[in-house]
Design a protein around this ligand. Structure first.
Ligand code: THU
Length: 132
């Protein structure tokens, strides 16, 4: 098993816990931090729709809570409940959230249809980004 395999396994485990009764789109994310620790998150929707939280946001919140400060790699998996994975590129807000803890070495890894994997740098997904 490669280190990406185990990161995807964590993302899939998180996805199994998704609370997504409104969209039926289940997402899981797993962050590998600078200490080598893995932090997981799933999407958590709410009857008041805008209050829902993305999987990436929850994984990043968990990382920060547990003392991680940098994202080395983040694996993201998503797809309709009970169906196969579809490549789930992070939403705009999550790209900005990843950027906060990313650098040029950070890799965003996605697994989609038929186990197909794609790797991105944050600058691919969020060029000309806002920074203070
Ligand atoms: N979702 C995520 O968790 N991450 C993303 O990057 C894209 C979208 C969630 C939000 C919502 O619960 C569901 O997927 C459908 O949009």
């Amino acid at each position: 098993m490669t280190s990406d395999d185990s990161l995807f396994a964590s993302a899939k485990r998180a996805r199994d816990k998704a609370h997504a009764p409104y969209s039926s789109f289940h997402v899981g994310a797993a962050v590998l931090d600078e200490h080598g620790h893995i932090h997981m998150g799933c999407n958590v929707e709410n009857a008041a729709y805008p209050e829902g939280i993305c999987a990436e946001a929850n994984a990043i919140g968990s990382m920060v809570t547990e003392g991680g400060t940098r994202i080395r790699r983040i694996a993201i998996v998503g797809g309709k409940a009970g169906k196969g994975l579809e490549t789930c590129t992070p939403c705009g807000g999550c790209r900005q959230k990843i950027l906060e803890f990313a650098d040029n070495e950070t890799v965003i890894i996605l697994e989609g249809e038929n186990g197909q994997r794609r790797n991105f740098k944050i600058n691919d997904l969020l060029p000309e980004s806002f920074r203070l």
